[in-house]
Design a protein around this ligand. Structure first.
Ligand code: PBG
Length: 330
């Protein structure tokens, strides 16, 4: 760094002395526009069910979802993400409930899209909410078969698009799925349906509470290391992103979030595509529990979200979206 000067003529504390001056020189900012709110849905009526491992997050029956969408719109949150808790009786080895037009997500899409226009809805493309083994794809000799899985994911994507999904978000980490999904969407006249690729998704232990929320935790008997990325790697993330951009992704995601800020920065510095970060369930629960037990101040929530912006993220999927959006508008 040149021209940095030196003490005593240089005193960096001068710019920090007053609140207005700190505001003048701030390099990062957080607004509701940066937030994506994940919502867990379930069957039944008039249900708001708590999740043991995620204090403050709930599974909602569909009749409760409309109100949540209205709340997100009022708070200027640009997009919500829907995640289904599928009853065990509807799960099977192939995850065929994923392509049932009357599954929970499809019902929710129809319900929301009938009424609300000015909010984006993103849906995961992967089979784990629907399989009895909890994996994101179909198994052949106990190995998730790439090409067979992609065929089903293409069907799932087309169905979601037909139901009104705005942003198709493949979170499965199969090779080549972005290209195949893009091709199918275009062929079926869904040329403007966006694809958010979970391009850089690590095989992480931070997903535990999410698996609890969608009911796949007890079913999953092994890890996902033969399709999700090894957390020891970063250059490999560049290859994943380069491929997905070529295959037609509109945005890419890095996941988990806080332990992977270096990856967000790396991608931001190497590509022009919008990069989203996922502050995943385990990160949420760590922070939430620390705040709940008075170990840390709730200011850490804002600080954690700013860290994503500082690293270069364009938006953040976070279970804090609802409560943070409130504070930001005050
Ligand atoms: C499913 C999926 C996962 C998450 C989002 N989509 C879990 C997994 O891959 O096992 C994790 C989100 C979170 O932990 O908040 N493909």
């Amino acid at each position: 760094m040149k021209n940095i000067g030196s003490y005593p003529n240089v005193r960096l504390r001068r710019n920090r002395k007053t609140e207005w001056s700190r505001r003048l020189v701030q390099e990062s900012n957080l607004s509701p526009n940066d937030l994506i709110w994940p919502i867990f849905i379930r069957e039944g009526k008039n249900i708001k069910e708590s999740i043991d491992t995620m204090p403050g997050v709930y599974r909602y029956s569909l009749d409760k979802v409309e109100k949540l969408v209205q709340r997100a719109i009022n708070k200027k949150i640009p997009m919500i993400a829907l995640f289904p808790n599928t009853p065990l009786s509807k799960k099977n080895k192939k995850g065929s409930e994923a392509v049932n037009k009357n599954n929970l997500v499809c019902k929710a899409l129809r319900l929301i899209k009938k009424k609300y226009k000015n909010i984006g809805i993103m849906c995961d493309v992967a089979l784990d909410p629907y399989t009895t083994h909890g994996h994101d794809g179909v198994l052949k000799d106990n190995y998730v078969d790439n090409d067979e899985t992609v065929k089903i994911l293409v069907k799932q994507s087309l169905l979601l698009a037909r139901m009104g999904c705005d942003v198709i978000a493949p979170s499965d980490m199969m090779d080549g799925r972005i290209g195949e999904i893009r091709k199918a969407l275009d062929k079926n006249n869904y040329k403007l349906v966006q694809i958010l690729s979970y391009a850089v998704k690590y095989a992480s232990s931070f997903y535990g509470p999410f698996r609890d929320a969608i009911g796949s935790k007890k079913l999953l008997k092994s890890d996902k290391k033969n399709y999700q990325m090894d957390f020891k790697n970063s250059k490999e993330a560049l290859r994943e992103v380069a491929l997905d951009i070529k295959e037609g992704a509109d945005f890419v995601m890095v996941k988990p979030g806080m332990p992977y800020l270096d990856i967000i920065r790396l991608i931001k510095d190497n590509f022009k595509i919008p990069v989203f970060a996922y502050q995943v369930s385990g990160e949420y629960s760590l922070i939430k529990n620390a705040v709940k037990n008075n170990i840390l101040s709730d200011k850490i929530i804002y600080e954690s979200l700013i860290s994503f912006k500082r690293a270069g993220a364009n938006a953040i999927i976070t279970y804090f979206a609802d409560e943070v959006a409130d504070k930001l508008s005050k």
